[in-house]
Ligand binder design. Structure first.
Ligand SMILES: [Cu+2]
Length: 122
C-alpha cells in the first residue's frame, strides 16, 4: 500500500473515533433525570425526593388546582406553580442535607402546612 493511501485511511479512522466520542458524550450529557412533582391543596406529591449531590436534575412542577409556590432558599429554588402549566426547574444540588421545601404562595386554610422534603445525598 502506498504511504499516502495509508495516511488517508488512518486519518479517516481517527475522525470516526473522535466523532463517536463526541456523540456519546453529548447524549449522556444532555439527559438529566426528570422528577415530576404535583402540587394540590395542601400537599406535594411525592412529598419526599432524594437527589444526589452534583447530579443535575429537572424538577417538573405542576398544580392540579390553584397557584402554589415552591420555595427552598438553600437550593436556590423560588418558583410559582400556576395551574394548567408545567414548569421545568433545573437543579444541581451542591450540598448534601435535608431540605424542607414549602409552598410560599397562599393557597388556602392549610397553606402553612404544605411542604415536602428534598434529601440530597453524597
Ligand atoms: Cu400554599
Amino acid at each position: 500500500m502506498r504511504p499516502k493511501a495509508l495516511k488517508i485511511i488512518l486519518s479517516a479512522l481517527l475522525m470516526i473515533t473522535l466523532l463517536g466520542i463526541i456523540i456519546t458524550h453529548q447524549v449522556s450529557a444532555e439527559a438529566p433525570r426528570v422528577i415530576e412533582i404535583t402540587a394540590k391543596r395542601f400537599a406535594f406529591t411525592p412529598n419526599q425526593i432524594t437527589l444526589k449531590k452534583g447530579e443535575p436534575v429537572i424538577l417538573r412542577l405542576k398544580s392540579e388546582d390553584v397557584t402554589h409556590g415552591f420555595f427552598m432558599r438553600k437550593l436556590k429554588i423560588d418558583e410559582t406553580i400556576e395551574p394548567g402549566k408545567t414548569l421545568d426547574v433545573a437543579v444541581t444540588p451542591d450540598t448534601a442535607g435535608t431540605y424542607t421545601t414549602i409552598c410560599d404562595h397562599f393557597c388556602g386554610v392549610n397553606h402553612g402546612s404544605m411542604n415536602m422534603t428534598i434529601s440530597v445525598v453524597e
